[in-house]
Design a protein around this ligand. Structure first.
Ligand SMILES: [Ca+2]
Length: 172
């Protein structure tokens, strides 16, 4: 469009003689824990090579899709997810494992690279919860380049605690 004096006059009449410019600020939430976004992971243990932590970052979270599970660990087990860069993290979702043996965390402590820690209950132990239940962790937004989730309490003792998927949403 050619900006003519007629066009500017029309703008003047439309906007009461005040020009303004609106700069769009588009922020979107992205799951930065995804393998596709360059996230990597380490764990305290894996049940075997079929239950490695990349299963929790693969984007598959329907029932019986790949999971991370520890080798006979419960309290103290951990998964460390390194992000491809420092991000403003706003939300974390944990998906419980598909089996019904309650090999799940009832409470987690989440550690961030700025030194912050959040302790959060999960809804996983309740018997009415189905396989597809997820824990939406209510955290204060934090800039971090890793998220370490430590199992602080479990639904039962001596289990192969783990997660089917972990999502870490950040503003990008
Ligand atoms: Ca998965």
């Amino acid at each position: 469009m050619k900006v003519t004096s007629e066009y500017l006059s029309a703008l003047e009449s439309n906007f009461g003689g005040k020009y303004f410019f609106r700069i769009p600020v588009v922020q979107r939430r992205l799951n930065v824990a995804s393998i596709n976004e360059g996230a990597t992971c380490e764990t305290s243990s894996d049940y075997n090579k079929n239950y490695g932590c990349r299963n929790a970052l693969d984007g598959q979270k329907t029932t019986n899709s790949p999971e991370w599970a520890t080798f006979r660990q419960d309290v103290g087990a951990w998964i460390n997810i390194s992000l491809s860069a420092a991000r403003l993290v706003t939300n974390i979702n944990l998906y419980r494992r598909s089996n019904n043996r309650k090999e799940d965390a009832s409470r987690v402590n989440v550690y961030f690279s700025n030194g912050g820690i959040e302790g959060i209950e999960t809804p996983f132990c309740s018997s009415e919860n189905g396989n597809n239940i997820l824990a939406e962790l209510d955290i204060d937004p934090v800039i971090t380049d890793y998220v370490i989730t430590v199992i602080a309490d479990a639904c039962q003792e001596t289990v192969n605690v783990g997660f089917r998927e972990v999502e870490i949403y950040a503003l990008v």
